[in-house]
Design a protein around this ligand. Structure first.
Ligand code: MTE
Ligand code: MO
Length: 320
């Protein structure tokens, strides 16, 4: 979002996906073995068939979702080489390389705040809470580019139900890991760290909100938010926090990083809305990665049938 003018999309440098994947698999397995030595986690545990720690490891047993769009899926190489992930770099071509050794195991997620069951959960126990679903969603970045991604995950509400929120809990906040040793961008002050995002409870409970750990049939690549991220397809991309370590239930509307950084440009709700311009550019159109011509942006990113009723009576110009 620091980039104010044209968006440079390189879609011509085609790497055959198989070649690319086998190289990444090699890198990932080396990293996993190294992490096991350093953390004392047994290699046997890491190698057990139900543990899916490796970026690009295949995910079995994935159900199709009725929420999937039938639009053309964006090429894997675009989705995994053009990323917003400021913890690693503000250059969209940076995270793919800089995140390749990022350690995603062991990994825990702390559930705290206004819940009956405060707890610390191992990421693999969260992943096993429900049968994984493939959800092919449109994803619209506030900067004017979009992608269609076959995400894999479970409804966020599965995790929320396990936590048993109290009646007072009106919002949920997600916190990204803070680890400047591994995340070079966190040594700088381009944003306040850790990255935080939030949803109103009814948004978080909506079946479209996804707790995501995979894409394209495989474990999430690190640059796309491994081991666990949020995906809320009716909102601008920055609402979909990556690499989360904490889920907190709150009475008051929580802080979200981009609102803190530029409150007149980025709101809390950030529903995709072609009728409300960003102060510095129009939001009426978008460019799908890998395509040349722009297309019109849809209200709620095309998810209005499911989502519009949640915002009845709200002024969407004020609550942008
Ligand atoms: N922790 C964290 N999460 C983040 C971001 C980030 O910089 N840090 N960028 C956001 C933005 S602006 C977008 S568009 C999406 C991009 O997700 P993708 O790289 O998987 O396409 O991640 C979102 N989640
Ligand atoms: Mo974004």
């Amino acid at each position: 979002m620091l980039i104010k003018n044209s968006i440079d999309i390189r879609s011509s440098d085609i790497t055959p996906k198989d070649l690319y994947l086998s190289r990444r698999k090699f890198l990932a397995s080396v990293t996993v073995a190294g992490a096991a030595v350093m953390t004392g986690v047994g290699l046997r545990e890491l190698a057990s068939p139900s543990t899916v720690a490796e970026a690009n490891a295949k995910i079995d047993n994935v159900q199709k979702s009725r929420f999937s769009t039938t639009e053309k899926i964006t090429p894997y190489k675009d989705v995994t080489n053009y990323n917003n992930y400021y913890e690693f770099s503000t250059d969209k071509y940076g995270p793919a390389g800089l995140a390749k050794d990022f350690k995603t195991r062991p990994w825990t997620v702390t559930i705290d705040g206004l819940v009956k069951k405060k707890q610390v959960l191992d990421v693999d126990s969260i992943i096993k809470m429900a049968t994984p679903e493939e959800r092919i969603y449109r994803h619209r970045c506030v900067e004017g580019w979009s992608i269609v991604v076959p995400w894999i995950g479970l409804s966020l509400n599965e995790l929320i139900k396990k936590a048993e929120p109290l009646g007072k809990a009106k919002f949920v906040q997600f916190t990204t890991i803070h680890d400047p040793k591994q995340m070079p961008g966190q040594k700088g002050t381009v944003l306040e760290w850790p990255y935080v995002e939030g949803l109103r409870m009814d948004e978080a409970m909506h079946p479209l909100a996804l707790l995501c750990f995979g894409m394209y049939g495989e474990v999430l690549p690190n640059q796309d938010g491994a081991p666990l991220r949020i995906v809320v397809p009716w909102k601008y991309g920055f609402k979909s926090a990556k690499a989360i370590v904490k889920v907190s239930f709150k009475e008051e509307q929580p802080i979200n990083t981009w609102n803190l950084a530029a409150p007149n440009e980025y709101g809390f709700y950030s529903n995709v809305n072609p009728n409300v311009d960003h102060p510095r550019w129009s939001q009426a159109k978008e460019r799908r990665l890998g395509e040349f011509f722009k297309r019109p942006t849809l209200m709620f990113n095309g998810y209005g049938d499911q989502m519009a009723s949640l915002y009845n009576g709200m002024d969407l110009r004020k609550n942008f």
